[in-house]
Write a protein that binds this ligand. Structure first.
Ligand code: ZN
Length: 297
């Protein structure tokens, strides 16, 4: 299950969604940020000290097992982590420098640690997702497929780490959030990517496709009760949610995501799609309001 062919957006989209404008658009002076929802631009009173100016600081730990060396080499070569750090840094100020550590974890994971106030990206996570993308990238020769898988992994690295940064922002700035935090930070990640340039919009699609591939694996293996009890939405729900938010960011550009009689290859049911622009606008307004004081001008 894939949201769209990679080439569709890599070559097709030439737009910048409203979201990043909302999130990064604090152009009304040092005390105010703006949050845009629909046509309304609402001033948000800043409460933060303008002196906060931390960033994500990338480091690599030596892999603890040989199997992790490929992931380490991939991350170092592509500078995927440095790319996320500089993208986030251009938009959001952190209260202090936050380490972003690539390391062997003994599990396929990525996480914000509220005690050590850092983000970990496990080499094992890259390895776990690689076969998901290898199943999806079936066009072209071996070299082209390998390059496409690497692009997918870079995209997912962005989607996952901006999610983890969301946890960090909620903790560091004591941001209020209603609803499940896992969904809220998925929304932030989708917002930051969907509202970005073509490259970052493609990263959103790469992330959607990872959830689609993981959902297919879930379907083959059966969804356990523990998965329903988990604080994360199910992989299939995250697939549809991200698809909805990306579509909602620009319905004209992403109409191919919607499944209809005229577009049976679409993935998002029309019943959900019709409300996605509003869903996206609310997400942009909420995160734009919460982060207003911490945005770089
Ligand atoms: Zn999370």
């Amino acid at each position: 299950m894939t949201a769209a062919r990679s080439s569709y957006v890599r070559t097709g989209a030439a737009l910048v969604g409203a979201a990043l404008t909302a999130v990064s658009g604090c152009s009304t002076g040092s005390d105010e940020a703006t949050a845009r929802t629909g046509d309304a631009v609402r001033p948000v009173r800043a409460t933060a000290s303008p002196s906060v100016s931390g960033s994500l600081v990338v480091s690599y730990e030596k892999p603890k097992k040989a199997a992790d060396r490929q992931a380490e080499a991939f991350l170092r070569r592509t500078k995927a982590l440095e790319g996320v750090a500089s993208y986030a840094d251009a938009i959001i100020r952190l209260p202090y420098d936050v380490p972003l550590r690539a390391k062997s974890c003994g599990e396929a994971n990525a996480f914000w640690n509220p005690e050590t106030k850092d983000i970990t990206y496990c080499y094992e996570f890259v390895d776990a997702l690689r076969p998901i993308y290898e199943k999806q990238e079936t066009e072209g020769g071996a070299g082209q497929r390998a390059a496409a898988v690497e692009q997918d992994l870079i995209g997912l690295t962005n989607g996952v780490l901006l999610h983890e940064l969301g946890h960090g922002l909620i903790a560091m700035y004591d941001l209020p959030a209603t609803g499940e935090e896992e969904d809220a930070v998925d929304q932030l990640s989708a917002l930051l990517l969907a509202g970005g340039d073509d490259e970052h919009q493609q990263y959103a699609i790469d992330t959607i496709n990872a959830w689609g591939g993981l959902a297919e694996a879930d379907a083959a293996g059966g969804v356990t009760d523990d998965a329903y009890a988990d604080e994360h939405s199910l992989d299939i729900q995250r697939f549809y949610n991200w698809s909805c938010w990306l579509y909602g960011s620009d319905p004209a550009a992403y109409k191919e995501i919607v499944r209809s009689d005229g577009n049976p290859d679409g993935v998002l049911p029309e019943e959900r799609a019709e409300r996605c622009p509003d869903e996206y606008a609310k997400i942009a307004h909420a995160w734009g309001t919460l982060l207003g004081p911490y945005l770089r001008t």
